[in-house]
Design a protein around this ligand. Structure first.
Ligand code: ADP
Ligand code: MG
Length: 139
């Protein structure tokens, strides 16, 4: 089944000028970009996006990082997009990420790990709606 998932190129990866490489790989791997925008989140907007993590010890630092500079948010479409994009991203900690994954290639550490991807269809629904309205997404 064709699915949609939310991808974010995080501030570290945008400021390192690796965004184009990430987008190139996404297209090579068969993901279609059905929406895309470059924005700088406020700390409050980052907190709202990561609300599920609010009790985690890394929440504060994560939200500061995610609002330090521009990000590129995209809606990706493909068969099995949620799981396939999680696999392409690699493990949260780049030290554990398999060779050839985006995090193995572009992440710095467990926090500054280059990319985000929704972890389920349910999160994808929430996360896509957080960044895009219906008019901004190709039908
Ligand atoms: P993922 O992005 O792989 O789904 P999580 O949802 O668990 O990972 O965490 C969200 C984000 O929070 C991670 O991508 C990373 O930027 C940051 N993060 C996760 N765990 C840690 C940690 N132990 N220390 C610092 N930052 C973390
Ligand atoms: Mg997650």
């Amino acid at each position: 089944m064709k699915e949609r998932t939310l991808s974010i190129i995080k501030p570290d990866c945008v400021s390192n000028r690796n965004a184009g490489k990430v987008i190139d790989i996404l297209e090579e791997k068969g993901f279609s970009i059905v929406a895309m925008k470059k924005i700088k989140l406020t700390k409050k907007q980052a907190e709202g996006f990561y609300i599920v993590h609010k009790e985690r010890p890394f929440y504060e630092s994560l939200c500061t990082f995610m609002s330090e500079g521009p990000i590129i948010a995209m809606v990706l479409e493909k068969e099995n997009a949620v799981a396939d994009y999680r696999e392409l991203m690699g493990a949260t900690n780049p030290k554990e990420a398999s060779k050839g994954t985006l995090r193995a290639m572009f992440a710095t550490d467990i926090e500054r790990n280059a990319v985000h991807g929704s972890d389920s269809l349910e999160s994808a629904d929430f996360e896509i709606g957080y960044f895009f309205n219906a008019l901004e997404i190709l039908q």
